[in-house]
Design a binder for this molecule. Sequence first.
Ligand code: GLU
Length: 415
Amino acid sequence: MSFFENAIKQINEAAEIMKLDKDIVTILSHPKRILTVTMPVRMDNGEVKVFEGFRVQHNDIPGPYKGGIRYHQQVDMDEVKALATLMTMKCAVVGIPLGGGKGGIIVNPKELSKRELEQLTRKYVERIEAFIGPEIDVPAPDVNTTPEIMAWIADEYSKLKRKNQLGVVTGKPLEVGGSQGRGDATSQGGCYVLEEFAKERNVDPSKTSIIIQGFGNAGAHMARILSGQGYKIVGVSDSQGGLYCEAGLDVAKISACKAEQGSVTKCDSICTNGKVVDNEGLLASQCDILILAAFENQVREDNANNIKAKYILELANGPITPEADKILAGKGVEIIPDILANAGGVTVSYFELVQNQMNYYWTAEEVQQKLHPIMVDAWKRLSEYQKKYSCTLRQAAFVSAMTRLEKMIKARGIE
Ligand code: GLU
């Protein structure tokens, strides 16, 4: 089953539970607009190479389309459609006035020079210019896209429009109209949700061990915040493999070592009896909470049974397939789903857009003061739906999102 089919399956399951109007299901099962573009780029060796990219606009009933752009050699249209659909659901779960979109370019950015990457990014903006804008569709960072790339997008779009339009994209550096707190917003939001979850399930951080798959932006920040709260981080991983340390890892040391050595797998000396494991080995290692902060489709039918964690938090988008979801539910593993757990990122993106439009900026404290209640309230709604329908948290999240979307779609009229 493809990633997009998985997303539709999740919509259908929740629709069944809440007895959602069939028309709403039909509308939410189809992205409103799908763009495919090609960008010729003159490479440093003088040759012209053509790259392919996408932008999928799933739904803009609540507000402008919103969602990141990923640069990856395996990006495809199906994936971008799925991610755009999840963005609509995510924004509705936290109740921010934005719809869902997603973009992608088929490229391994590590193989491009900075000049080539900038050319590619600027060409992509030129191609989709007519379809994006602060009131139309607002991209953001995703896998392999950085604040610097967002600055190029804001600059190129502003040039094309002949006026400053910084709100065309979020996740920008502070000096280009970025928001305080955007860099670690995904992890911070995930931590606020985990805090509420832990209270309801009587989880004591000082007695709880955590493995984090993916030590990129989101995973590394999450490790830092959680270890500060007293949780024991026993495993981390990156694209080259994982490191497991039963005694607990010093997160500052592991971050410094990864920055220096390039991978956590080269850092076993920072922990007594540290074990270097492969990705599957890490997922199957002993821990209380597993945080998935890497890619989609990491826990599947073939490896779901190996999971030992009692709880999973999805910081990545779509890391567990529906088949694996069933297996994990059967084992009593509870999952805090992506569309809630990682919604802190898009929520602070929303704050960034608002600040750009006002041209007035908030302090880091103000951002946290606004983010915290949004995440807590979203969790409370989910928790209530979970009890009301005796369903999983993922089903409750889709129910919560679609309850909101149904009202909006009907208020505006379907025809
Ligand atoms: N790419 C992030 C996500 O999947 C952030 C999107 C945004 O900030 O618009 O939620």
